[in-house]
Every structure is written in C-alpha cells, then in structure tokens.
Design a protein around this ligand. Structure first.
Ligand code: ADP
Length: 182
C-alpha cells in the first residue's frame, strides 16, 4: 500500500529493515547508543562493527533526537539512530517525543542527502508504546515533513502482519484527512 504527499510516496511493507535498499534506514536506538535487542541488535549484527565504533565516538543521543552513522555492510548508505520514548502511560510527553524522533530522523537523513528512507516501528517493541497510537503519530509526522525535506520515498517496514495492518490503517487515515475528508 502507498500514498503520495507532495512529491513523497509513503508505503508500508512487511519485512526486515536491514534488507532495505534505500539511502537511509532508521534504527530504534537507546539514548546511550549502546545496541540491544530488536531492530537495534539486527542492524548491528547485519551491518558489522563499524556502526558501533561510530556510535561509541558519538557517545549518546537524547530521547526524541537522532544521529547519523554510516551503514557498514548494509545495503543502505546511512543509519539514522533515533531514540524514541519509553511508554510510561502517555502523560510524560511521549507523543511529542515520538513525533520529534521521526522529525529529527527525517531532518538528519535529509542533511546527509538522503531522498529515500525506511523506518521501523519506533518505540513499540521493548519501549512499550501502543502500536496504533504510535502509527498515527509516525504517519502524520512523516506526511507533513517528508515532502518539504525533498524525500521521494518513505517506507515503513513492519516485522509482523499485525503491525503492518495497523500502519496501513494509519496511512489510509492520514491520506484521507490530507485529501480534505474521509
Ligand atoms: P523500541 O525499543 O524502540 O521499542 P524495538 O526494536 O524493541 O524498539 O521494537 C520496535 C519494532 O521493531 C517492534 O515492532 C519489533 O517487532 C520490530 N523489529 C524487530 N526487528 C526488526 C527488523 N529486523 N526489521 C524491522 N522491524 C523489526
């Protein structure tokens, strides 16, 4: 499924983020850039040690922000390490921090010249953010910002069929409101 906002085509696919042939892939990182499970572990395993070496040099990244490294052995050119919020019930600024993580990822990738980018479902694994709420924030943020930053393609890469359905619904809703009604 895909929808176009300005010149940017946004799509949702089921797959593995490490296999995406795009200019930049986004990692769901932690604030210490220390690696871990989930997407983070998969990216460092598939990309090789150069990514962690760069992360150590950078040292860390605040929640809601993103930093860039090379992509080692991965087919992408850049890895954007985005730090999403840990879900603590929704009253601790989680929604703003999640939107900010997507905004910062897009801005950091655009600064590096990227025009195609793939996102995982930031914060909805170990960090516990409810997936449908996170998907709505991800889609509205990307739909608003990706065209103005010159992106051609934004791909959401979901690991499970259930997550794919949730992101597709969110994309449909944002596209409908963008067109002026359901
Ligand atoms: P966070 O700590 O931000 O919650 P996680 O990595 O724990 O991040 O999970 C984020 C989402 O990424 C989860 O839906 C998880 O199933 C999914 N995921 C895990 N591995 C991959 C992968 N290789 N490609 C794409 N998505 C993945």
């Amino acid at each position: 499924m895909n929808r176009t906002f300005g010149g940017a085509t946004v799509s949702c696919v089921r797959g593995d983020i490490t296999e995406q042939r795009v200019d930049a892939i986004v990692n769901a990182a932690n604030a210490r850039l220390a690696g871990g499970g989930g997407v983070d572990g998969a990216i460092h395993r598939a990309g090789g040690p150069s990514i962690m070496e760069e992360c150590r040099t950078i040292g860390g990244c605040p929640t809601g922000q993103a930093v860039r490294t090379g992509a080692g052995d991965l087919p992408a050119d850049h890895v954007i390490h985005a730090v999403g919020p840990i879900w603590r019930g929704g009253e601790h600024g989680e929604a703003d921090l999640l939107a900010s993580a997507y905004e910062s990822s897009l801005a950091t990738a655009a600064d590096a010249g990227a025009r195609t980018i793939a996102f995982p479902s930031i914060s909805t694994g170990a960090y516990g953010y409810p997936t449908s709420d996170a998907a709505a924030i991800a889609m509205s943020t990307v739909a608003a910002l990706a065209p103005t930053l010159g992106f051609d393609k934004v791909r959401f890469v979901l690991f499970s069929e259930a997550d794919l359905q949730i992101y597709q619904q969110a994309l449909g809703r944002v596209a409908a409101s963008d067109a002026g009604g359901p």
